[in-house]
Ligand binder design. Structure first.
Ligand code: SF4
Length: 462
């Protein structure tokens, strides 16, 4: 019985689990009100990412490209940034925040984006848009390092660093969500509201589950304001739910403004949600109300109905964003399942110092493999060549063919999920998330039992 932490055993990536750094910065920027990002690079760096985000959220939103071509790649493309800012400001009178998100090509050619931002502040904005409130924020996300996960982390820090301003204490709590769904934000805000905590949620993407209103507007926007970002410096504390998506901002706020900070845990499952609530209590002094104790009880009841009879000992493979995957692995253990394969796809050399991984290694009493910098071939190879037996796969839509081809039930969780209806609406965090996840898992197993005639009679007598 062992839990081995190992790196992918070959060079190159086959069927990546993640996309590149600028994608993370783009996901952050859509959470900010009156913000449209300009991705400085080839048009595909926006087009494919925007498509993925749109497919995932089933919504339309705006993001721009400086659309660098051959001449820019050879001679430099800063003129494209100047033109893009000009066009964006002319076309969108409401826009105030413009992150300039770099890509691999514009980092390699050495475009001085910080310099062009200084120039635009001194020239274009003064001359053509005098008096207009505009903030240009360089965000460096070369895609030859890290992944969309580190790009998310860098972008949250850069937005916070740019705006945070110490004035008077505001009595609010900073809650840095990490890469989550609109449904997760709703669930987190529910927990905060039950505890009567006034919080700045980074980032407010709830409206990406947007209604179609009589006005007919179908473009979605984030709702974290400039004032929210400024106020992060005056908070009574910060909780970053994820270690790899938002921690940089939390650490910076702690160092710069001496704000008490707690990192994690990602509140997936009962245990981690309990710790999250205890952490809220620690930072704010607010008690955990009876209403949440009741919600917890309902969740435990729902899980108890499933665990022993259907979930215990089921062998699971999990892949995706590391905080999500580790949270899911911890939840699976609580559900008496066996996460035998855990694939962490980020380009990250520090997983061996993650205390949650150490805890997993100490806890498991079966053979478990944690593969770092992994790809989807690591999943497929183990199933098709190494004879790995699985009862379930947890991951985003990019691994669907491995599940379909090998007839393994799969629950879609993580980004991007585009082949299941409404997944962005349902939380995986909090007690509500624990119920939703466990029931999704159980229903996937039930369908499999029926189609494979595998003890499907059990469902008659349950
Ligand atoms: S890898 Fe580079 S070229 Fe490709 S989408 Fe990402 S930033 Fe753009």
């Amino acid at each position: 019985m062992s839990c081995e932490l190992k790196a992918k055993d070959r060079a190159g990536v086959i069927n990546p689990i993640f996309t590149c750094q600028p994608a993370g910065a783009q996901y952050v920027s859509i959470g900010i009100k009156d913000c449209i990002g300009i991705v400085h690079g080839g048009q595909g760096c926006v087009m494919f990412v925007r498509l993925l985000i749109s497919q995932h959220l089933k919504e339309s939103f705006e993001i721009a490209s400086s659309s660098v071509h051959e001449d820019g790649a050879v001679f430099g493309a800063l003129d494209r940034v100047e033109q893009a800012v000009d066009v964006l400001l002319m076309r969108y009178p409401h826009v105030k925040v413009i992150p300039i998100i770099t890509t691999c090509s514009t980092e390699v050619i050495g475009d001085d984006v910080d310099g062009v931002v200084r120039k635009l502040n001194e020239e274009l904005l003064q001359e053509k848009f005098p008096g207009r409130e505009v903030y240009l924020i360089p965000i460096h996300t070369p895609s030859f390092v890290g992944s969309m996960v580190s790009g998310y982390d860098v972008a949250v820090r850069d937005f916070v660093k740019y705006f945070a301003k110490k004035t008077e204490p505001n009595g609010k709590l900073n809650v840095v969500t990490g890469w989550v769904n609109p449904g997760d934000v709703t669930a987190l805000k529910h927990l905060l509201s039950e505890m009567q905590i006034d919080a700045t949620v980074l980032f407010e993407i709830e409206d990406f589950d947007s209604p179609v209103m009589p006005s007919g507007n179908t473009v979605s926007h984030g709702n974290t304001t400039i004032e929210d970002l400024r106020g992060t410096a005056n908070a009574l504390g910060t909780i970053a739910l994820n270690r790899y998506e938002g921690r940089k901002a939390a650490d910076w706020l702690a160092e710069e403004f001496d704000i008490p900070t707690i990192i994690g845990p990602t509140p997936i499952g009962i245990r981690n949600t309990d710790t999250f609530l205890q952490n809220l209590k620690k930072l704010t002094g607010k008690p955990i109300p009876e209403s949440l104790v009741r919600e917890r009880g309902i969740a435990i009841d729902a899980l108890t109905d499933l665990v022993h009879m259907f979930l215990a000992d089921k062998r699971v493979a999990i892949y995706g964003n590391p905080d999500l995957v580790i949270g899911l692995a911890e939840f699976c253990l609580d559900l008496e399942m066996k996460p035998v394969l855990v694939l962490l796809g980020d380009d990250n050399a520090h997983y061996d110092t993650d205390p949650r991984i150490t805890a997993l290694q100490e806890k498991v009493d079966f053979d478990m493999e944690i593969v770092t910098n992994a790809d989807l071939w690591d999943l497929e190879k183990r199933i098709t060549q190494d004879g790995l037996k699985l009862d379930l796969i947890l991951g985003h839509s990019k691994g669907r063919f491995t599940a379909i081809d090998n007839q393994i039930p799969m629950v879609r969780v993580g980004f991007p999920t585009y082949d299941r209806a409404g997944s962005y609406r349902h939380p995986v965090v909090g007690y509500a998330g624990a119920i939703w996840l466990a029931e999704q898992i159980a229903n996937a197993l039930f369908t499999d039992m029926e189609y494979k005639k595998n003890k499907e009679w059990l469902l008659n007598v349950w």
